[in-house]
Design a protein around this ligand. Structure first.
Ligand code: NAD
Length: 363
């Protein structure tokens, strides 16, 4: 019998609802073609939730997420909520959700299909064929480390954060990275700053130990974060899986995100707990909201990653084929359009991708 999955949709703010709607249309079409069913519940998140529930993530929404098989999020935030501080900021609901779901590993694939190599801000020959995965630690490191604080006045005022990792936190992330590399091209680059930071020395020791004990079939290299930033721009094709901490991963994955030419292309998955969280890398792009102008590909590929993680890799593959076929056919939203290509809106691109995905699945 075909499987059935329960999903929570968190459309959020700005372009979030538009791109999540394209993903649910795609899931409906794949469901009809495959017999796999999805039971969806929609909850508020971010600014939308602040306006209606008085909090960026209500207890009800959180409980629904914890109860689901997976969560698909659009994006949160916007100028209307910029004056909020602390736990009332739209993104603090997102941080809380990641923490509560225990999703300690953030997976960000960056692939530059041939059809898009010319759109990259880097030289076409340098990026063509790039296919890498950043595995970023998501629930620890300097963003969460204690002590943190700010005190004093005038020239004596000081502020501090703490980059702190335990052996267990590094080991579990390293296992995610090595396991993913085994399904890809078998190489892991661990990025740290072990020449300066003690926390990076522990990081490096633990990654090395996990490698020797459990993954000696995988090629492992260590790279300092400053060099990694340079290498990502000079020669991104050298990377397969990059594993790194929260702060370095935040910066490097955004740098890697530019390779394909638009934020609107990039999906992500946050895994490691019982329920995965899937979301485009981009934010709520208020400049595009309501204009049928957002690129839906990041959200659609996030749904594809969700299907992979749910154990439906053929459906995930169908999504990727759909995206590739639509790009190959020359369809582009405004972020990637140039002379000679066909400029379309969010809906038209999503409809074409959906059609191509279903056709691939039914062939
Ligand atoms: P952004 O990602 O929303 O937009 C950056 C640029 O990329 C803009 O020019 C935008 O038009 C473009 N862009 C983004 N997504 C696109 C898409 N799908 N198609 C085409 N172009 C796209 O980042 P920002 O402008 O720094 O932030 C806007 C709001 O989003 C802020 O409130 C910020 O806090 C929030 N934000 C949320 C998340 C999240 O929910 N995970 C992430 C980043 C930013």
């Amino acid at each position: 019998m075909a499987s059935s999955y329960s999903l929570v949709l968190l459309p959020g703010d700005g372009i979030g609802p538009e791109v999540v709607a394209t993903a649910t249309d795609l899931l409906d079409a794949l469901s009809q073609a495959s017999g796999v069913t999805f039971r969806t519940v929609t909850e508020r998140a971010g600014g939308d939730a602040i306006d209606h529930d008085g909090t960026p993530l209500s207890d009800r929404a959180l409980a629904a997420c914890k109860d689901a098989d997976a969560v698909l999020l659009g994006a949160v935030g916007g100028a209307a909520w910029d004056h909020h501080t602390g736990p009332m900021r739209p993104e603090s609901g997102l941080l809380q959700l990641r923490k509560e779901l225990g999703v300690f590993a953030n997976l960000r694939p960056v692939a530059v299909p041939d059809a898009l190599a010319a759109a990259s801000p880097l030289r076409e020959e340098a990026v063509r064929g790039t296919d890498l995965l950043v595995v970023r630690e998501l629930t620890g490191g300097i963003y969460f480390g204690e002590p943190r604080g700010r005190e004093g006045v005038g020239d004596a005022e000081v502020a501090w954060n703490t980059m702190r990792y335990s052996r267990a936190e590094v080991a579990r992330l390293a296992r995610v990275a090595f396991t993913r590399a085994r399904r890809r091209r078998g190489k892991v680059t661990s990025v740290d700053k072990a020449n300066v930071l003690v926390v990076s020395q522990l990081w490096r020791d633990v990654v090395r130990e996990v490698h020797e004990a459990e993954f000696s079939d995988i090629a492992l290299e260590h790279m300092y974060v400053d060099n990694a930033a340079m290498q990502l721009v000079l020669n991104p094709r050298q990377f397969d899986v990059i594993v790194t901490g929260n702060l370095f991963g935040d910066i490097l994955s955004d740098a890697a995100a530019t390779l394909g030419g638009s934020l609107g292309l990039l999906p992500s998955a946050s895994v490691g707990g019982p329920v995965g969280l899937f979301e485009p890398v981009h934010g709520s792009a208020p400049d595009l909201a309501g204009k049928d102008a957002a690129n839906p590909i990041a959200a659609l590929l996030s749904a594809g990653m969700m299907l992979d993680e749910l154990g439906e890799p053929r459906l995930g593959e169908a999504v990727r084929h759909g995206v590739e076929a639509a790009l190959q056919a020359g369809l582009r939203t405004g972020d990637l359009w140039r002379e000679g290509l066909t400029r379309v809106g969010t809906q038209a691109l999503a409809t074409r991708i959906r059609g191509e995905a279903v056709a691939w699945l039914s062939r």
